[in-house]
Design a protein around this ligand. Structure first.
Ligand code: C5P
Length: 205
């Protein structure tokens, strides 16, 4: 069984995807980490994220980078949304994600284009959303827990900027697949969101 979980930043998609993977005993890939690894490589090599060839050169990152805590930084999320808009960057990361989705026994992948591009034939597709205010509150709390002093207003502005970039790009923009089930987590606890996600998957497979 392939489960595709898409949605904007801090919507709860990562938590839900992880919980679904545990529930069904499937491997899980957070595809945002791949774009974040490209972004971190661009920064470390002092490349220009706006230049497609520079961003493509950074796709050849070392595997152990995927465990680097710096990937979680807000600034790296912003940079990831810049490098991820380049079609050649998306092409460089495509086969790796498709291979993960096609492994025997199935998989859970979360990102922006899983149900539309990576696994259009997924058995269950969820599109997870929440209001920008709720997502900014969650992200603000999480960042504060890691010692970041970013203000709520800055976090909200960053979320809106990332939404706009991810939704308006021409290469694999953030859109809900026609056959996806919508899960709005704005007013749900984590536990309730996970239960609802399992119910939606059960209804679809
Ligand atoms: O999900 P996460 O916030 O870690 O993703 C970071 C950025 O990577 C997103 O803002 C988006 O631009 C990009 N991304 C993408 N396609 C995916 C996953 C992430 O374009 N499948």
């Amino acid at each position: 069984m392939i489960i595709a979980v898409d949605g904007p930043a801090a919507s709860g998609k990562g938590t839900i995807a992880k919980a679904l993977a545990r529930h069904y005993g499937l491997p899980h890939l957070d595809t945002g980490l791949l774009y974040r690894a490209v972004a971190l490589t661009v920064r470390r090599l002092e490349l220009d994220p706006a230049v497609e060839a520079d961003a493509v050169a950074a796709c050849d990152f070392a595997e152990d980078l995927l465990a680097d805590p710096e990937l979680r930084d807000d600034a790296i999320g912003q940079l990831a949304s810049i490098v991820s808009a380049h079609p050649l960057v998306r092409a460089a990361l495509l086969q790796r994600q498709k291979r993960f989705a096609r492994q025997p026994g199935g998989a859970v992948l979360d990102g922006r284009d899983i149900g539309t591009v990576i696994a259009p034939d997924a058995d269950a597709k969820l599109f997870v959303k929440a209001t920008p205010q709720v997502r900014a509150q969650r992200r603000h709390k999480e960042l504060r827990g890691h010692g970041s002093g970013l203000s709520f207003d800055k976090v909200l502005a960053d979320i809106r900027a990332r939404d706009a970039r991810d939704s308006s790009r021409s290469a694999a923009p953030l859109v809900m697949a026609q056959d996806a089930a919508l899960l709005d987590t704005s007013f749900l606890s984590i536990e309730a969101s996970v239960q609802k996600a399992i119910a939606l998957v059960e209804a679809r497979r």
